[in-house]
Write a protein that binds this ligand. Sequence first.
Ligand code: UDP
Length: 266
Amino acid sequence: MTDASNNDGEMPRCAQRGLDTVTLFEMPINTLTLSETLVAIGAHIDAGEQGYVVTPNVDHAVEFAKNEVFRQTYQDAAFVLADGVYILWAGKFFGKPIKEKISGSDLLYWLSEYAAEKGYSVFLLGAAEGVGATAGRVLEEKYPGLKVAGVYSPPMGFEKNPEENQKTIDLIRESGADICFTALGAPKQDLWNWRHHKETGAKICLGIGASLDFVAGRVKRAPVWMQRIGLEWTWRIMQEPVRMGKRYLIRDAYFLVLLWREWRRG
Ligand code: UDP
């Protein structure tokens, strides 16, 4: 295992239980296969621990470099799983191989299947009104035995309104869900999971971005071949030119600086 300590010499939580970890763009990243991930999350749930998952991609790397609070979400995450081919390619290039791409969108399916087998219940938080319920029905049909303990689409800005925020936490807690899929987009979902995962009572919270929209069929995900060759971002720009154009073409161009820094560190 490589040393994943941060600048203050503190070991990030995701590296503390003997899970293989590398440090890339200063982010600790677990280098697990999908089956190792499912077993590790299962063991975490069975042990009654509480924690959350973050899934680094280019967008996260840029946020990590610029946002000190976001960096803390990485320090405290129980699992950090590489969500982008660019992170995998960079790992390979800089001699820090990561075994598999495990994106939040894929993990929503895989973990739902695993949850159905193991009897864990799930909560679907976020996305527009009605999307979570549709996604829940799709997942329950696909994975017989899966228990969707609850779904909730909080109003925009709920996280800044103490009452709405508390209502959201209470709904998850009262549902008794073991796993909370948080679909609020990055970095909001990761900051929310970091701040509130303990209060929700869920054993594991996981940021999944637009995945509920994909499952419910509201938004079409990029074809697998595009994901494989790193072109998912072009697909998303075609779907939402203004918002995604700003994100991928302007904001994420900073990734080139991060590559340069990693090269110099290397
Ligand atoms: N969303 C939400 N509440 C918010 C902000 C976002 O429910 O306050 C939802 C939004 O409806 C969408 C998802 O979060 O379903 C985020 O989508 P985005 O495309 O930003 O996520 P990405 O996959 O790119 O991280």
